[in-house]
Design a protein around this ligand. Structure first.
Ligand code: GLA
Length: 386
């Protein structure tokens, strides 16, 4: 962990010098995958290394049966710990927990879902399984043959300087392109070297901006509220990734999960549920599938929100939407209920504006110059104002 932070500091200097990064980022806009932030499920936050094919099949089943698929959750992503060994030709084979990757992919695809997988540019993954170093093309071909639609490529054991790191990500990007299959490319190197500035240039559709999230309010809030300032690096096809969702994993309360989901949607973050979908409470499902809240995340403009006002523990965040309205989050990071005010001049709407509560799915009326709500401890009120 410490090594990662050190390399962020040390390598950050190299990036500044090496790329002279004072200008605006250049995005390769195309018609590739991930025009809106990817939505789906990932095995890591709940199952970690214990994940099996049966868990992945049941996640796919649950995406359909709970209505999450209809809400937009399409990717079923296997994280670390699926890998077995390479054969004499260097071809990677899954371990005994995943006896039939093609069969699993057929199963997932038959449900109208997509399958994701995980590897590393280094020799080993973070959990010590086989990485892709020196086998990039072979691995990309295996993924394509299995019908994989998404690759999370996790730095882990990779060794090398900044140039080597960029080259390693680019190498896998080229290998994926060569397969001719549309595969979302998810960079995971914890935000080192200001990855948001160069992620698109190595084919990244999304890039982790931070170290790992955990199911803890302070940790989630540190990551989520810390995203302010990265908004200019997000655009259709290229997203900042503050890590997967912890909603429903049990260690935050309802207000804290509402904050987590609201913030991730204002951030135009990928929405990868990380809970056990086969055992969800109605509250968890409601937080994950509110269509108006997801609409903020998936808005076609692809603009990432940012903080427009802060007073102690109270924050107001705004995301511009394609129809010209604003999604507005009133957040209370404090320890008791507090009134939070959004001033219309701060959020860039006219003197008079109509206000809708997105979690409550309720129009609140027309207001002049500001709107104030009582916001619970660690909670949020999420609005659409126009
Ligand atoms: C790293 C990543 C996590 C997860 C694990 C798997 O810690 O950041 O998201 O993929 O590796 O080992």
């Amino acid at each position: 962990m410490m090594g990662r932070f050190l390399s962020i500091v040390v390598r950050g200097c190299i990036v500044l010098v090496g790329l002279g990064l004072l200008g605006a980022p250049v995005f390769a806009q195309g018609n590739g995958p991930a025009r809106t932030p990817p939505m789906g499920w990932n095995s890591w936050n709940h199952f970690a290394c214990k994940v099996t094919e049966a868990d992945v099949r049941s996640a796919a089943d649950a995406l359909v049966s709970t209505g999450m698929k209809s809400a937009g959750y399409i990717y079923v992503n296997i994280d670390d710990c699926w890998q077995g060994t390479r054969d004499e030709k260097g071809v990677i084979h899954p371990n005994g927990k995943f006896p039939d990757m093609k069969g699993l992919s057929d199963y997932v695809h038959a449900k109208g879902l997509k399958l994701g997988i995980y590897s590393s540019p280094g020799p080993k993954t973070c959990a010590g399984f086989e990485g892709s170093l020196g086998h990039e093309e072979l691995d990309a071909q295996s993924y394509a043959q299995w019908g994989i639609d998404y690759l999370k490529y996790d730095y882990c054991s990779f060794q090398g300087d900044f140039a080597a790191q960029m080259a390693a990500y680019e190498k896998m990007h080229e290998a994926l392109e060569k397969t001719g299959r549309a595969i979302v490319f998810s960079l995971c190197q914890y935000g080192m070297d200001r990855v948001w500035r160069w992620g698109p240039s190595v084919g990244g559709n999304l890039w982790r901006t931070t170290d790992d999230i955990s199911d803890d309010y302070n940790d989630m809030a540190y990551i989520g509220f810390g995203q302010n300032g990265l908004e200019r690096f997000a655009a259709p096809g290229h997203w900042n990734d503050p890590d997967m969702l912890e909603v429903g994993n049990g260690r935050m309360n309802k207000d804290e999960y509402l904050t987590h989901m609201s913030l991730w949607c204002l951030l135009a973050a990928p929405l990868l549920a990380g809970n056990d979908l086969s055992k969800m409470t109605p509250d968890t499902l409601a937080i994950l599938t509110n269509p108006e809240v997801i609409g903020v995340d998936q808005d076609a403009l692809g603009s990432q929100g940012h903080r427009v006002a802060q007073e102690g523990q109270l924050e107001v965040w705004v995301k511009l939407l394609a129809d010209g309205s604003k999604a507005v989050g009133l957040f209370n990071r404090g320890e008791s209920v507090m009134p939070v005010t959004a001033y219309f001049r701060d959020i860039g709407v006219g003197d008079t504006a109509s206000v809708r509560d997105l979690w409550e799915k309720k129009d609140l009326g027309v207001y002049s110059s500001s709107f104030t709500a009582q916001v619970p401890k660690h909670g949020v009120v999420l609005l659409k104002i126009k």
